[in-house]
Unconditional design. Structure first.
Length: 391
């Protein structure tokens, strides 16, 4: 179909919750996307960090197609094989206890919030149900996760919001403790590396203080790893690098390698909070998505994760030599770039002209390449980026 006709159909029939860039994706391989005009782009967006294994990964395709030929979906009233296998891998690798599967990051965080509220209302040392999240955070598009999000522009038209959420200053341990004194929360909810708010990795001292408060006051630590989790940080989960053990970890995006899947991994305090009738998801634990997720985790062994760190260092070292780059943040292959004289959005449009797909995060430029991106693909992208960021 002609690209102009695709865009016309989109304009006429799609509710426009996204401002699309002028690229009609036709096909892709590795970390390279080809548009309907035949132009190639090195993809440093990868479906907002979802395409963790890039495009046309053979092992993933074999698992997904093989499961499709067996059964594409079954009600959660019955057992299927891939879900429990994936849950076992997630529990073993995380050191936590049990998994609940959803379809997206927002749905995963919604489950985390419901788990925390039930824990605080019925199982904590005394009744409490306030959740403290962080300013500039982003936790999803449901009404509860929008309320938990610390970005006013994501909230203002959806009032009244869900009660029981308070936002703390980022990296201010003293302020966090004061809010805990004031509100007696059931949980802290935080991204260890903030995404939409500007790709900011939280300070270690702040995270340590939050974990200490959780331990001493029976507060749950909810770690939102929807974007940074599943290998993107250079470890399977970012919490490993911070030396903490959350009570709930939310995951999505990269575990699906392009298919919709998410969920939460619960620790000892939370693994039995939700019981039959409390929560559900028709497509949660979908066998096709879970079969692909098993390949994702099997791929991400120690050598693979070390390669993520090496690719991150390669990209970062080259970026820091570019004239317009004034600073970097993030972990692993989740990179936020501070720019001199250019916004992240402006950089995205200029990079697109040069054959690189990236996305903004606040005023920063954000890079989220497939974790399987090759050294040659990185070199191609960096050469294009120099034309924009090193002039």
């Amino acid at each position: 179909m002609d690209r102009s006709h695709i865009k016309e159909l989109d304009a006429q029939y799609i509710v426009h919750t996204y401002n699309r860039y002028d690229v009609v994706v036709d096909h892709a391989s590795g970390a390279v996307v080809t548009d309907a005009n035949g132009k190639e782009y090195v993809d440093f967006c990868s479906g907002y960090a979802a395409n963790s294994l890039g495009y046309q990964n053979e092992a993933w395709l074999d698992a997904v197609i093989g499961q499709l030929k067996k059964v594409q979906h079954a009600s959660n009233l019955y057992y299927t094989e891939p879900g429990p296998l994936l849950a076992e891998k997630l529990v073993t690798r995380s050191g936590l206890c049990k998994v609940w599967f959803a379809n997206s990051g927002g749905e995963a965080n919604e489950a985390a919030i419901k788990t925390a509220r039930k824990y605080g209302n019925t199982l904590a040392d005394h009744k409490k149900n306030t959740i403290i999240s962080l300013k500039k955070s982003f936790h999803g598009r449901t009404l509860a996760t929008v309320t938990a999000t610390g970005l006013a522009e994501a909230q203002e038209v959806f009032a009244p919001l869900v009660p029981g959420f308070v936002h703390a200053e980022i990296d201010d341990a003293e302020a966090l403790e004061k809010l805990a004194d004031q509100y007696d929360p059931c949980a802290f909810l935080m991204e260890l590396v903030q995404g939409e708010g500007g790709v900011h990795a939280l300070d270690q001292e702040f995270v340590d203080k939050a974990a200490e408060l959780c331990k001493s006051r029976d507060i749950l630590f909810i770690d939102d790893e929807v974007q940074v989790g599943i290998g993107r940080s250079g470890t399977l989960f970012a919490f490993e690098q911070y030396g903490i053990k959350p009570d709930i970890v939310s995951f999505a995006k990269g575990i699906g390698a392009g298919l919709p899947i998410g969920g939460i991994i619960c620790g000892p305090k939370t693994c039995d909070v939700l019981v039959p009738g409390d929560h559900g998801s028709t497509f949660g634990m979908n066998p096709v998505a879970c079969a692909g997720g098993c390949v994702v985790l099997d791929t991400m062994d120690d050598a693979f994760l070390e390669s993520v760190k090496a690719k991150s260092e390669m990209i970062r070292s080259e970026l820091l030599q570019m004239k317009k780059v004034t600073g970097l943040d993030g972990l692993g292959l989740m990179i936020g770039i501070d720019l001199d004289g250019m916004t992240g959005s402006e950089a995205v449009n200029k990079l697109m002209e040069e054959g690189v797909l990236a996305i903004p995060a606040g005023q920063r430029l954000r890079l989220l390449p497939p974790l399987t991106i090759s050294e040659e693909e990185i070199k191609t992208a960096l050469e294009a980026m120099r034309k924009v960021l090193d002039q």
